[in-house]
Design a protein around this ligand. Structure first.
Ligand SMILES: [Cu+2]
Length: 328
């Protein structure tokens, strides 16, 4: 979901187009007039004998042209306003009737974001050359497609384990019991310790906190992020937090955290490309506002990938991510 797909980017393009057109017309006219009526140039006075400086030329004017001076800009401004409001409704009154939704709560503190999973998310990297298969109480890790795979770290239930991938055999099989209610993962690293492949289960209620954790969300689903501003010290009831704003610059997407607003604010969006994108706090929120950053990581649910297959509007690049932005 790069910014060029978002409704705001399309809006920016349209405003830019009309601004340039109006500018060419206005400045063109201005410079023509400057050159034509500058000091030292004798004006063509053949038809100007009845023109009086400072008075509107009542007997010699063009009604149609003058009306157009009012009508055309009025239409343009009204149209741009309606279009701009339309982009808001695409984000705030998201249409999730035909789409799978994913609920997540985002809390803003001084000075970090916290992501609370309202539903579980089991995800896995794709196209890394490593595959996992779950066979009768075991996990089979096949690293045959990635020669760099060296070690595996995993956690199931409360048990963490680490082991090496044997030379000669890229297939590792381990006895595990999957528990969807637990935070569980399998991570494959290379010899230098760089992460190559992840399978992870984030259970309902799981919390991820910036800057060390990214906000992990599935692709091709309408993400409904409910946002709350929170005080660091919850025992002080007078403190209801401060204003923050969740901003993903690459998606041209922003929403405020409003202190004291019980229901919070909500942002709906649908990422369709896997990847990692920076998050910034876009509202000055105190001394360490500038370090209030994070990342959003768009992943594929385990067993699927991020190729858009729900059958809606993939070909229409202007609206691929804004399920409701088709008219823009
Ligand atoms: Cu902030």
């Amino acid at each position: 979901m790069p910014a060029e797909d978002t409704v705001f980017y399309v809006l920016y393009d349209k405003f830019m187009f009309w601004s340039i057109l109006v500018a060419i017309f206005t400045f063109g006219w201005l410079f023509t007039a400057i050159l034509r009526y500058r000091d030292g140039v004798e004006p063509d006075t053949t038809n100007l004998d009845h023109i009086e400086v400072g008075a509107f030329p009542v007997d010699r004017h063009n009604t149609t042209l003058e009306l157009m001076f009012y009508i055309v800009p009025t239409f343009l401004v009204v149209w741009l306003t309606v279009m701009a409001l339309g982009s808001n409704s695409a984000v705030w009154n998201y249409d999730d009737t035909d789409e799978k939704t994913f609920d997540i709560t985002v809390n803003a503190y001084q000075w970090y974001f916290e992501f609370v999973y309202e539903e579980s998310l089991e995800w896995e990297d794709t196209e890394t050359g490593v595959t996992l298969e779950w066979v009768q109480g075991t996990v089979q890790i096949d690293a045959g497609g990635n020669a760099n795979a060296a070690t595996v770290e995993m956690k199931f239930g409360r048990i963490k384990s680490e082991f090496e991938i044997n030379n000669g055999s890229s297939l590792v099989q381990k006895l595990v019991t999957k528990d969807p209610g637990q935070h569980e993962y399998v991570k494959v690293f290379d010899a230098e310790g760089a992460l190559l492949h992840t399978w992870e289960n984030l259970p309902r209620g799981h919390k991820l906190i910036t800057p060390s954790d990214p906000m992990i969300i599935p692709c091709d689903e309408v993400i409904i992020a409910n946002m709350h501003s929170k005080p660091v010290d919850a025992s002080d009831t007078r403190n209801v937090g401060v204003q923050h704003a969740f901003w993903v610059p690459e998606w041209a997407m922003k929403e405020d955290f409003v202190p004291g607003l019980e229901a919070g604010t909500t942002l709906g969006f649908m990422p369709d490309d896997a990847g990692t994108f920076p998050i910034r706090c876009a509202e000055y929120c105190g001394m360490q506002h500038s370090i209030m950053t994070g990342e959003v990581m768009v992943v594929a649910r385990a067993g699927s990938d991020c190729t858009f297959d729900s059958g809606i509007k993939k070909s229409d690049s202007s609206s691929a991510n804004n399920y409701d932005g088709g008219e823009m």
